[in-house]
Design a protein around this ligand. Structure first.
Ligand code: AMP
Length: 223
């Protein structure tokens, strides 16, 4: 069953992992868990995790492995039994990938595939800096390429559009450097395990969606 697929979406900021994971949840019923959204929720609630995570997020660095691993493994454990998942933004370091793999053993089963979204640095900056997000439903907009019908208002739910504080150009450049140094090594990690599938994220959202859907369907048919 496709809804039981266990997937990781890997790729730099702005590569469309979040958009595609929400889309795949709608299309195939695979629950999407976003580490960034989860952490932003913790910061907004003012929880212990949120207080620990905030300064790393604001600077474009990574939250400590043990903090994010605990939060994400709890998110996976809370899913109904037999359910698959799409992890968007987790793991982001080798220790996180090891913790995920050992956490899955004996429980839900190992990952079926890791989809790597490929995008170059100039395009990342071009996409993220004009980005806006609905504070209510998470829908993304881009004031240059995909503006809302009414300025600062979400087309879908009427919520207010905001700019993430870490979408400023200087922070985006730090986030890219963090990705290349700490997360990109996971590409080889998953390639060695035979799980890696690559998708060009430079095309429009519809084209990327078809490529990702095809990969997920091919996993589904492998049982
Ligand atoms: P994102 O929305 O995925 O770009 O994540 C926003 C920020 O949350 C990142 O810049 C990190 O500071 C933090 N974060 C998200 N996921 C992780 C992770 N797996 N490990 C460490 N920090 C993370």
């Amino acid at each position: 069953m496709i809804s039981a697929a266990r997937l990781v979406f890997l790729g730099p900021p702005g590569s469309g992992k979040g958009t595609q994971s929400r889309r795949m949840q709608e299309l195939f019923g695979i629950p999407a868990l976003s580490s960034g959204d989860t952490l932003r929720g913790e910061v907004a609630r003012g929880s212990d995790v949120g207080r620990r995570a905030r300064r790393y997020m604001e600077s474009g660095g990574l939250v400590p492995d043990e903090v994010i691993t605990q939060v994400m493994m709890a998110g996976i454990d809370a899913l109904p039994s037999g359910s698959g998942f799409i992890l968007d933004g987790f793991p982001r370091t080798a220790p996180q990938a090891d913790a995920l793999s050992s956490g899955l053993v004996g429980g839900r089963g190992e990952l079926n595939a890791v989809i790597d979204f490929l995008l170059d640095d100039a395009e990342i900056v071009r996409r993220i800096v004009p980005r806006r997000v609905c504070e209510k439903c998470g829908q993304m907009y881009n004031v240059e390429f995909l503006p809302p019908r009414v300025a600062d208002v979400c087309d879908r739910c009427g919520g207010k559009l905001i700019r993430r504080p870490d979408d400023r150009e200087d922070v985006v450049r730090t986030r890219i450097a963090t990705y290349r140094a700490q997360t990109a090594p996971l590409i080889a990690y998953y390639e060695q395990r035979g799980l890696l599938r690559k998708v060009s994220a430079a095309a429009g959202a519809g084209t990327v969606e078809s490529a990702v859907s095809e990969i997920i369907q091919s996993i589904g048919t492998q049982g």
